[in-house]
Design a protein around this ligand. Structure first.
Ligand SMILES: O=C(O)CCC(=O)C(=O)O
Ligand SMILES: [Fe+2]
Length: 285
């Protein structure tokens, strides 16, 4: 396999491509990787259907994008012997709870550049994941707004996302028997630019993440709240969005530096199980 060239087909005008004629159970030829890398930079979300891969295969593919990121607070949810690979499992006892727009781990100093899911069990219907292009979200703002946002920084706090103040992720983690307050007590807030430059494409993208962001540095509380509300609404505009309808054996990888995602939680009490990897990233700038 992987002798023929991959076929790259856009899934929406804004974001996302399907890549055919790639078998991720095999090591990638250099020319195949070059096409995949270019598609990742050009479209931010890659979909590979009908893949039959082991955890090792998934990790090998992930390492092409960068070093694998270990989520220390989620170790108990990982596959034995594979601390990088988390099991995202929802069913009648563990309802899904990631149904809000976000970019992963933005409360970290160096948030992961990408996240990869491999669908092991998918519900008959529902459980889609939405992806929104933060390039498009930036480009559709007026020049006045773009200039106003460029020097601003948002404060991202892991304790907001996982602590009792916000509750959403905390409840999700508690269902898994984890105590988020214990894990995150010593985390300090970090500041990231609201408009970041993608290190590969050099394009500008909006970088905010509702579960983590507490406020915008240097604005009054009222100004910060209003501007954040505007941005949270703005990034959801349907013209920026691709909605992925999962099939078992799909592999999807997305770029957290220029895309946000939303996992639709409509399939409860049906079962959904993903194998999940994060790729380490750089300090946003
Ligand atoms: O389950 C999904 O579709 C995505 C969940 C999510 O937010 C993540 O894996 O980072
Ligand atoms: Fe996420």
């Amino acid at each position: 396999m992987n002798k023929s060239l991959p076929i790259v087909t856009p899934l929406s005008p804004a974001i996302g491509v399907e890549i055919k004629q790639v078998d991720l159970s095999q090591p990638l030829e250099q020319h195949t990787w070059n096409i995949i890398k270019k598609a990742f930079d050009d479209y931010s979300v890659l979909v590979f259907r009908d893949q039959h891969i082991t955890v090792e295969d998934q990790k090998r593919f992930g390492r092409h994008f960068g070093e694998l990121f270990i989520q220390e607070h989620l170790l108990s949810l990982t596959i034995e012997g594979h601390p990088e690979c988390m099991i995202l499992h929802n069913n009648d006892k563990k309802p899904p709870g990631l149904n809000y727009w976000h970019t992963d781990n933005s409360g970290w100093e160096r948030p992961p550049l990408g996240t990869m899911l491999y669908a092991k069990i998918t519900p008959e219907v529902g459980g889609d994941t939405l992806f929104s292009s933060m390039y498009k979200a930036y480009e559709s703002l007026s020049q006045h707004m773009q200039s106003f946002l460029k020097p601003l920084k948002a404060v991202h706090d892991v304790r907001k996302a996982f602590g009792s103040e916000y509750g959403n992720l905390q409840n999700a983690l508690k269902k898994y028997g984890l105590d988020p307050d214990k894990h995150f007590a010593n985390f300090q807030p970090v500041q990231h630019p609201i408009i970041r430059t993608h290190p590969e494409t050099k394009k500008l993208a909006i970088y905010i993440s509702q579960p983590y962001v507490t406020h915008i540095e240097g604005l009054t509380k009222a100004e910060s709240n209003s501007l954040l509300s505007f941005l949270y609404e703005h990034i959801q505009i349907q013209e920026f969005v691709y909605r992925h309808r999962w099939k078992t054996n799909d592999v999807v990888i997305w770029d957290n530096r220029c895309a946000q995602h939303y996992a639709v939680a409509d399939y409860y009490p049906a079962e959904r199980l993903m194998h999940r990897l994060n790729i380490s990233g750089e300090v946003p700038c």
